[in-house]
Design a protein around this ligand. Structure first.
Ligand code: PLP
Length: 389
């Protein structure tokens, strides 16, 4: 094939990022012996652990403009989304949810589960640019709507959603609103003092933090019933002894992200611009699924005449890692629900590949990835035209 692996180039950062060395260093003491106490114990060792827990809570709260008491640590973004939807609906009597058709499965599959339990869910479709309008969401709200949920930025296309506008408009309806901010938190400033959401979710492993830890922001006064029960931890909102090492690491990742956010975003934007320009000028026949109003870390493209599966496999063999939005179940690849909902034709969807960057990526890496893409896409196109002519 003529493409020799020289180094591995990781372009799947929307899936996860590596642990920052400083995050690891912050976690190490809690994974060894000091302090190993249980934050719920009242003795000195418990109190030491509790201090670390509350310091971490303060860091996360500060990063999004929340009060410490409004932060619930969870086992990641999926759990935070699940707890938000179930916890708020369970606290009320209304049994209808409005959300978007482009949510992460953390929300969509939670809605499926809610439906099994007798709730109803309306999924609002996006426009071809990948964004759902506040107007369309409001039109779906009914007298029995107990919750509206809209992701802040989409994990497949990067499309930014009008969370601020929708949350402001929902005030007149007296319906709580959740936002999945897992991807948005990477590239956008999130401040709950400016945006009237009742809850939002963030996750550690997208910002060089550990996997399996995240937070649910729950605005003071929001009706909420605990779903995971069995202890009084997290102010009775999420039972279970806290994963202190992961929480401390998460807070360190959040702190670093705060310190470096502007520089990280600048780097992401310049990587994105470089990549998109290089693809367009050197590979050609490129379709971008979301050109404007997107978070800078995600580029979702299709190359005419090339199947995503084949391209991803060839990239993988050459040491370049990207992904597609489609779910692979039992050997069959389902087309992306996000692109389907936006109304793109099947052949374009089947070609969609997501490249996602972190501020650790370099232009040199992208230059190599583009050269590889130039070769692979050319070869696959030639192969296809020979095959079908
Ligand atoms: N929501 C969005 C938008 C995501 O991108 C992800 C992860 O890919 C999640 C939720 C789930 O987060 P976690 O992996 O921490 O469970």
């Amino acid at each position: 094939m003529g493409v020799v692996e020289t180094e591995r180039i990781y372009l799947d950062n929307a899936a996860t990022t590596p642990l920052h060395p400083s995050v690891l260093a912050s976690m190490q003491p809690f994974m060894t012996n000091s302090p190993f106490g249980n934050p719920s114990s009242v003795h000195q060792m418990g109190r030491e652990a509790r201090r670390a827990l509350e310091t971490a809570r303060g860091t996360v709260a500060h990063a999004i403009g929340a009060a410490e008491s409004e932060i619930v640590f969870t086992g990641g973004g999926t759990e935070a989304d699940f707890l938000a939807l179930f916890g708020m609906l369970h606290a009320g009597t209304k049994r209808h949810v409005v959300t978007t058709a482009i949510e992460h499965h953390a929300i969509l599959h939670t809605c499926d589960f809610l439906k099994e339990l007798g709730y109803e869910a309306t999924l609002v479709n996006p426009h071809p640019d990948g964004s759902v309008t506040a107007k369309d969401m409001l039109a779906a709200v009914r007298p029995d709507t107990g919750l509206v949920s809209m992701m802040w930025a989409n994990n497949e296309t990067g499309a930014i959603q009008p969370v601020e506008t929708l949350s402001a408009a929902l005030r007149d309806f007296d319906v709580p609103m959740h936002s999945d901010a897992v991807q948005a938190f990477i590239g956008l400033p999130i401040d709950v003092r400016r945006v009237a959401v009742s809850s939002l979710s963030i996750s550690g492993h997208k910002i060089f933090g550990p996997k399996g830890v995240g937070a649910l922001y729950l605005r003071q006064g929001t009706p909420y019933q605990a779903i995971i029960r069995g202890g009084a931890q997290e102010r009775n909102r999420r039972a279970g002894t806290e994963n202190l090492a992961a929480i401390v690491g998460f807070a360190r990742a959040v702190e670093l992200h705060e310190e470096e956010r502007k520089a990280r975003v600048r780097q992401l934007q310049s990587l994105r611009d470089y990549f998109v320009n290089a693809l367009q000028s050197r590979v050609g026949g490129v379709h971008l699924f979301c050109e404007e109003k997107a978070v800078p870390q995600i580029v979702n493209v299709s190359f005419s005449g090339v199947l995503a599966e084949t391209l991803l496999m060839n990239l993988d063999l050459a040491g370049v890692y990207a992904s597609s939005g489609s779910a692979c179940t039992a050997g069959t690849t389902a087309p992306s629900h996000v692109l389907l909902a936006a109304g793109w034709p099947q052949e374009m969807i089947r070609g969609a590949v997501r490249f996602s960057f972190s501020s650790d990526n370099t232009q040199l890496e992208l230059e190599r990835a583009v050269s590889l893409l130039e070769q692979l896409v050319g070869r696959l196109r030639n192969h296809n035209s020979a095959h079908f002519s």
